[in-house]
Design a protein around this ligand. Structure first.
Ligand SMILES: [Fe+2]
Length: 271
């Protein structure tokens, strides 16, 4: 299995804090059947910079540590790029790490609460350069949680999206778990990745997520996710299933449950 989103590098962001943490994560990854990891520390998220050359060096160092211990895992340098207005310039200056050697795919993170107004223009500019943005964990963005269909126009215009395995298996709660299933059903997400930060609260959950995907959507969809991941990793083009709006009946029931939760909370405060 290939994991295209992982904070396994030690001491560079809010992922692994030490070499010991990284090794524990590596062992866990191998135990889940992961053989290749794109190492993706936060880049330009307001707190962490993680320049291209630093990530390459740190990835090489960690690979040596893994090899010395006989841990059968291959690392590749990458970045989880917080969307920002300098991205095109940074790409032109060769300051950005792509997912693939062909430089066709980049991992783009939205801020937690919103989708910036310039996103559409930026994605258009990327498209003109033959670069496909992959929106990481859309299911954790508040604007998308409030209105999942806001994602649709970006996907229709060629962006891809990465669902986080732990979201789908319920680590971030029922609402994000249900939204994850809705996004899969509507073809609004294309790959699964771990976004693992450690081996406890924010672990890999890849094996579990793939098993759930196969159980709930069939092997055709789990094979589609896994083959999409390989194609992206290799810089190949992929033909994605046509996206749709999320199922409105389910959307309504979700909104209703939110409403009920608020009522319950209000009653708790009142009592
Ligand atoms: Fe991440």
């Amino acid at each position: 299995m290939i994991d295209l989103h992982c904070h396994i590098l030690p001491g560079v962001d809010d992922g692994a804090r030490s070499l010991e943490d990284s090794l524990a994560m590596a062992q866990k990854a191998v135990s889940e059947g992961i053989g290749h990891i794109l190492v993706t520390p936060h880049h330009m998220n307001g707190k962490f910079l993680n320049k291209k050359e630093d990530v390459i060096k740190a990835t090489e160092s960690l690979q040596i540590e893994l090899d010395n211990r006989g841990i059968d895992l291959t690392l590749y340098p990458g970045q989880e790029i917080r969307i920002n207005g300098d991205l095109i310039q940074d790409i032109e200056n060769h300051n950005i790490l792509f997912v693939d050697d062909e430089e066709r795919y980049v991992l783009i993170e939205f801020p937690t609460l919103s989708i910036p107004h310039y996103t559409e223009a930026l994605f258009f500019q990327l498209g003109q350069k033959g670069i496909t943005p992959i929106i990481v964990h859309p299911e954790r963005n508040q604007e998308i949680i409030d209105n999942p269909d806001i994602l649709l126009p970006y996907i229709e215009r060629g962006a891809l999206a990465q669902l986080t395995a732990s979201s789908y298996v319920g680590v971030f709660g029922k609402e994000i778990e249900e939204l994850s299933a809705q996004l899969i059903e509507a073809n609004l997400v294309h790959i699964l990745a771990s976004d693992a930060h450690n081996i406890n609260g924010r672990g890999f959950h890849m094996k579990e997520a793939y098993a759930k995907l196969e159980k709930n959507f069939g092997s055709e969809i789990s094979d589609y996710f896994s083959s999409n991941t390989k194609k992206i990793f290799n810089g190949d083009f992929l033909h994605s299933n046509p996206p749709t709006e999320v199922n409105h009946k389910r959307k309504k029931s979700r909104k209703f449950s939110n409403f009920m939760n608020k009522l319950v909370k209000r009653n708790e405060i009142g009592s």
